[in-house]
Design a protein around this ligand. Structure first.
Ligand code: PMV
Length: 360
């Protein structure tokens, strides 16, 4: 498929006004997307677990307007007007207008809330941009009633990508691949696809406890970080490594090899941060407590033979990943040994999820 395939046919029916609500989850990458080309095309493939509890709920109200020369919208977070969100949404609308040609014909009210604290350091861009893309798709669907569920999801993912790359992996679950590669048939740079191969029971209901080490604003945004992969001395090898890791992950997922899974995802997490530390300018997003937690996890794993592991996002928080059948003892360990390293003792219990839901 190409970008052109997402330009819609002429709309069949006219709509005046209405309201639509979607909730969409966050996701956590196992193989990381870091580095992009123009139009949010990834430099390497990534794969993520869709989450379940960390979600954004977005309602878009729309009404037809006479002047179609510019976009018109207001944004609210938790009921309060958020003008500082507008530039990002303006850019998003500019990027997607060609694919949703009705955008200038309506005035929109975008009301959004997150199930996780806004200032938790958890990226809300994946859940937020996917929820918004889905609301806009529901509006388009009213004018194109024949659109199949499959095409709807694909285009929602395609649009979400143009808001925030990783957002394209939040439409469906439970394992989503984004970025063209030879391992996963049907994979694309343009949208996320469900991982199509066998996944062992060991990875069903996988748990993710997110330890909130630092809830502050990141010193370096993801978009600046992605751009620093241009002319990065290790970029070429890193992009190839992501392809190789995806190939290596396939037999791990199929056979339920938890040891292999742990080595691969922890290496991916540390490689992501190694890329940041070796950029020019270089930067560090981990905090001392991030490293304290990693060392405690390694010690606990060595002492108990447990299948506990970690991954990191572009930030200081630690995602502790483990199989459901070990949840009791691992949560016990988290509470007794790791929570002390979290800001105000805060952490969020989540698990693998199955994608976004249309509320009304
Ligand atoms: O979607 P962005 O542009 O915020 O980038 C996200 C990048 C990572 O979270 C670090 C990795 C990933 O694949 O989600």
């Amino acid at each position: 498929m190409t970008e052109q395939d997402f330009i819609p046919k002429p709309y069949l029916s006219d709509i005046e006004n209405g309201k639509v609500t979607w909730e969409s989850p966050s996701n956590i990458a196992l193989i990381k997307y870091w580095g992009k080309k123009k139009d949010q095309i990834p430099e390497n493939p990534s794969i993520s677990f869709t989450l379940s509890n960390c979600k954004t709920i977005t309602t878009v109200s729309y009404s037809k307007k006479a002047d179609t020369s510019s976009f018109e919208f207001d944004v609210f977070l938790d009921g309060k007007m958020k003008d500082d969100f507008k530039p990002k949404i303006q850019t998003f609308f500019e990027r997607i207008e060609v694919y949703l040609p009705f955008l200038k014909e309506f005035k929109f009210k975008i009301e959004t809330e997150n199930t996780f604290p806004h200032s938790s350091g958890i990226a809300s861009s994946a859940s937020g941009m996917s929820a918004l893309a889905l609301c806009l798709m529901s509006i388009e669907k009213q004018m194109l009633p024949d659109l199949s569920q499959k095409s709807f999801n694909k285009k929602a993912s395609f649009l979400a990508r143009l808001g925030s790359g990783s957002a394209c992996r939040s439409i469906e679950g439970d394992l989503i691949v984004w970025g063209e590669n030879k391992t996963v048939e049907g994979s694309s740079d343009l949208f996320g696809v469900q991982y199509p191969y066998k996944v062992h029971e060991n990875f069903k209901e996988y748990q993710d406890t997110i330890l909130l080490v630092d809830k502050g604003e990141k010193q370096v945004s993801s978009s600046v970080g992605h751009n620093l992969m241009h002319n990065h001395p290790f970029a070429k090898n890193r992009f190839q490594q992501a392809h190789d890791n995806l190939e290596n992950l396939k037999p791990i997922l199929e056979s339920g090899d938890l040891g292999g899974f742990i080595s691969l995802i922890e290496s991916e997490a540390l490689t992501l941060h190694a890329m940041m530390m070796t950029s020019m300018p270089y930067f560090i997003l981990m905090k001392p407590n991030t490293l304290e937690i990693i060392n405690k996890i390694w010690k606990f794993r060595q002492e108990t033979n447990s299948n506990i592991s970690f991954t990191l996002d572009a930030g200081a928080n630690v995602h502790v990943l483990y199989p459901k059948n070990k949840a009791t003892e691992i949560l016990e360990f988290i509470k007794s040994e790791l929570v002390a390293y979290c800001q105000n003792g805060h952490y969020i219990c989540d698990q693998i999820g199955f994608g976004a839901n249309h509320i009304k």
